[in-house]
Design a protein around this ligand. Structure first.
Ligand SMILES: Nc1ncnc2c1ncn2[C@@H]1O[C@H](COP(=O)(O)OP(=O)(O)OP(=O)(O)O)[C@@H](O)[C@H]1O
Length: 250
């Protein structure tokens, strides 16, 4: 089976940076996977996802998404992917519904199709009764859920999520994860980053551990745990592979 994402020797060195933020990464992600990209602060997770979404230009290397070449078919790739960034991409003074109509129309959705999709997603994520309230009045968990809907209204084949549950309570986290599992059941391939290792252990069928711009391991959560002596969970694996040193750097 041809992987839905095929990454070959991808590297990124930002302008004026001394080091590579991503260094010669090769990776295959299969259709239907929930693929977790884990790593300490500064490991290169956002850099990798941003390149795959077309937001950051690779320094070298190559990738395809659904067989489409990133250099020559970027506009076709944009149509089949969804992106949920770490930072909220919402307009605070617009209502949830207005925000979602705006983002949906950017993906080419319109009319009753767009209206219905917004209502269904707001309902599934417990936000329908707040549809006409300004987003600036929302809690962090509610904003995260609207941010998520903004990235999936066009029913993407491949969905990239950069820390979709950061800073939210358990209820919002569960609502987001349950919704993502349902999207995956309906055929969406998911690539996500997180610092929440227990969540990743439960949610992902494959995990790659990234550190200092390189992939250190790529396996199912259970095989990763079995492969490290005395590891009880993914956190033990993570510490064993990436160490205990703090990663503060500017
Ligand atoms: N625009 C940029 N210009 C220069 N260096 C950058 C830029 N963006 C990221 N970096 C550097 O690239 C490295 C990887 O950063 P990146 O944000 O990809 O890591 P991350 O794994 O997503 O971290 P976090 O978990 O903190 O979000 C870091 O050393 C970071 O300082």
């Amino acid at each position: 089976m041809q992987p839905i994402i095929k990454i070959e020797s991808l590297s990124k060195k930002y302008k004026d940076a001394e080091m590579y933020s991503l260094n010669d990464v090769s990776l295959d992600i299969n259709e239907g996977q929930i693929f977790g990209l884990l790593g300490p602060n500064g490991a290169g997770k956002t850099t990798l996802i941003s390149m795959l979404c077309g937001l950051v230009k690779p320094t070298s290397g190559h990738f395809t998404i659904d067989g489409l070449d990133y250099q020559h078919q970027a506009s076709k790739i944009k149509k089949i992917i969804g992106v949920v960034p770490q930072e909220y991409a919402l307009y605070p003074t617009l209502t949830a519904r207005e925000n979602l109509h705006y983002f949906g129309s950017m993906y080419g959705l319109k009319g009753s199709d767009l209206k219905d999709k917004v209502i269904v997603a707001l309902d599934l994520l417990g936000l329908l009764k707040f549809a006409d309230k300004q987003v600036q009045t929302f809690s962090g968990g509610m904003k995260r859920r609207v941010n998520l809907i903004a990235g999936i209204l066009h029913n993407p084949k491949v969905l990239f999520l950069d820390e979709p549950t950061v800073g939210v309570d358990v209820q919002s986290r569960n609502a987001i994860i349950d919704y993502l599992k349902e999207l995956n059941q309906n055929g969406t391939t998911i690539i996500y980053t997180s610092h929440h290792l227990a969540e990743a252990e439960d949610f992902c069928d494959t995990i790659a551990i990234l550190d200092q711009g390189q992939i250190y391991a790529q396996e199912t959560p259970s095989i990763l745990i079995e492969s490290v002596k005395d590891a009880r969970n993914l956190e033990d694996v993570f510490i064993s592979l990436t160490g205990k040193a703090l990663r503060d750097d500017i």
